[in-house]
Design a protein. Structure first.
Length: 380
């Protein structure tokens, strides 16, 4: 879901700080600006942190994400029009993932929608898109007397716990059961380390785990963080968060999704609910694209001979290396031990097994289209 930093995420030109900033600095985190916040990139090595999540459990400070309460008796139909998925079909205590589109089919953002009551929803959007998202939500509220939008981004703490040991760790600190939550289920209130929270079984790593929402931000967020570290969770920076989500083929806004990339091009067709009775923003443009077939598609690449970074050109291995498309994200895969990448290429070149090439600085190296996701955890 997340995106690279941008100026509008700042307060008065100064990067914001999460309530865990002091803890990160005190524990030697390498800090950098991301999404308008000063965030931990790594603590002691991306490879070690990545492997900790795949084999045990990691803890992530994601308090930089943006959150909006949407309430009122018009909240459900408002959200149905706003996004491509179908929020009104959610039962209370469940969440969904969805793109949110412009009328031309380009993506405003991708987000989580949590339903906590008949007329009470929480939206979780990307930090760097905060200002644009807030403006878009308000501009498209056709029923202001029936829909209230409250921006709580600066007041909400958010911690993710991900990995095979996440259920045990969170359960040991919770006053109510959480192990029985289904995927994309949520529960409130749950006291975690004595702090009242909302707990959802969601994440951005390809592993099982939870995201813990702390409405009272400040010290309470650090209380939970310290308790989870004490229970054995390894602090993880945004560097490993990126390699984890890439292996799991989870999109990063500004890379796999943007105002120029539609959900259909990004392979997110299952999250576009054509059967909704009312039109949603972008429906007509997306329907035309679906009927014609997207001209380009997001593919997975296994790359030989180097790391294909975002923006590198994907080429025809014949014809003198004719440019075909662009890498959207790329890295070394710690789990697979090989370079991997996501790329947008013409639909005719998107079949699994297709041989391609990628320009890496002054060299052109072989690449092959492979099945996605690169990594899928074993079902328990």
């Amino acid at each position: 879901m997340e995106e690279k930093s941008r100026e509008s995420g700042r307060a008065g030109g100064v990067p914001l700080r999460t309530p865990l900033y002091g803890w990160h600095e005190a524990h030697g985190a390498k800090m950098a600006e991301f999404g308008g916040y000063t965030m931990p990139m790594e603590y002691g090595g991306i490879l070690r942190e990545h492997q900790s999540v795949r084999t045990a459990a990691g803890i992530f400070d994601v308090s930089h994400m943006a959150e909006f309460w949407v309430t009122g008796d018009g909240a459900a139909p408002y959200l149905d029009r706003l996004v491509t998925n179908w929020p009104s079909r959610l039962e209370a205590g469940h969440a969904l993932y969805t793109p949110m589109c412009y009328p031309d089919g380009g993506t405003v953002d991708d987000l989580l929608v949590l339903r906590l009551g008949a007329d009470r929803f929480l939206l979780v959007t990307n930090a760097a898109n905060h200002d644009d998202d807030a403006a878009w939500l308000r501009a498209n509220n056709l029923w202001p007397a029936r829909v209230t939008i409250e921006d709580v981004s600066r007041n909400m703490g958010l911690i993710a716990v991900q990995g095979p040991e996440a259920v045990r760790m969170v359960s040991s600190l919770a006053d109510r059961p959480v192990a029985d939550l289904p995927g994309f289920g949520l529960r409130e209130p749950v006291e975690v380390a004595g702090v009242e929270t909302i707990v959802s079984r969601t994440g951005y790593t390809g592993e099982d785990g939870f995201e813990i929402y702390i409405p009272e931000h400040g010290r309470e967020t650090e209380t939970i963080w310290k308790a989870l570290v004490g229970a054995g969770a390894v602090p993880i920076g945004l560097g490993a968060r990126d390699t984890l989500r890439l292996e799991a083929r989870l999109p990063l806004y500004g890379h796999e999704l943007s105002s120029e990339i539609t959900p259909l091009e990004a392979g997110l067709g299952p999250f576009v609910k054509w059967e909704k009775p009312d039109d949603f923003l972008g429906r007509e443009a997306l329907a035309r694209q679906k009927e014609a077939g997207p001209g380009r598609r997001l593919v997975g690449l296994r790359v030989e001979g180097g790391i294909a970074r975002a923006g590198y050109r994907v080429r025809n291995p014949a014809d003198g290396g004719q440019a075909l498309g662009t890498v959207t994200s790329g890295s070394h895969s710690p789990t697979l031990g090989v370079p991997i990448a996501l790329a947008l290429v013409p639909a005719a070149w998107a079949k699994v097994g297709t041989e391609l090439a990628v320009s890496i600085r002054a060299r052109t190296v072989p690449a092959r289209v492979v099945r996605l996701p690169f990594y899928r955890r074993e079902a328990v």
